[in-house]
Design a protein around this ligand. Sequence first.
Ligand code: WQD
Length: 337
Amino acid sequence: MKNIFITGCCGYIGSHTSVELLNEGYEVIGLDNFSNSKPRVLDAIYEITGKKIKFYEGDMLDKNLLKKIFTENKIDAVIDFAAFKSVGDSVNMPIEYYINNVSSVLTLLNVMKEQDVKKIIFSSSATVYGESKIIPITEKCSIGGTTNPYGTSKLFVEKILQDLYKADNTWGICIFRYFNPVGAHQSGLIGEEPNGVPANLMPFISKVATKELKELKVFGNDYNTKDGTGVRDYIHIVDLAKAHVKGIEKLKKDSSGMFIYNLGTGKGYSVLEMINAFEKVNNVKINYKIVERRPGDVAICYADASLAKKELGWSALLGLENMCKDAYNFTQKNINN
Ligand code: WQD
């Protein structure tokens, strides 16, 4: 199992995963439509690894393009990252989110079935747990109660994959539920570069540090948490990417099955703790103001990450300092890019 097809290969998680797979000797065939990524990421991946991705520009909804990719390449497994991922945008554009995040996966699975390629890693999200009563969250916690179309689109695809496996248990399906991916490759050549003003905490803090943005708004300090601000499980993007190499190895070893894993560190940090850590490790001052809560936010969300450790032999190794240092390094190197 050597040739891996990565959808959204130029995106934040896709690019970091491509680097780790190439470093491990895999061949990567990539697809991206650059709706939330940049062509220069391909050069960056080459600069980091010395290897090229066999790249196709286009959209996962284009069945003919997918068929062309599968006929031109002997694909052994697929990692599906391509999706819109802004919680806020999804509330305003539900139809676009369900077309892009659900219909495109149905097109992909259909082509995979026709081409008899039945191993897939799907990028899901901790959002599928909704506001979990059980903390830390395990894979046995109930899913549903999602509060936005982005999270619901991930929930829908998980259900589709469960139904697919029930109908044909020769598929090998690995669902990864990401907690909060942050940071960047230590080279500073690839990282998180959302279009427009960042919705997520770490890229926003980084842009306040480079003075591209004036002040961080802290969404509420009246939650039932250690300091009143929201608590999340931040995981370094390189740790997250390495988990996908382990996922491929799992699908290689157990040729069929349905596997679901939380990808987190098992530790929760509050917004104020993130600000303090960022200031300390980067020797900068982050201006912030406490404002009202953001609709749809949960108070606390962090993982029980023990199942991935037990079954994949994977756990997150990089701590908050690396996350803050690498995030800032990337942002500094890519100001006004
Ligand atoms: C983290 C904390 C905010 C911005 C979302 C998606 C999840 C994944 C990661 C895609 C919260 C606070 C944030 C700001 C703030 N996305 N915050 N001011 O909402 O936990 O998760 O992004 O895979 O699926 O749901 O991440 O970084 O937006 O927020 O105070 O300007 O930071 O209230 O407590 P979130 P986030």
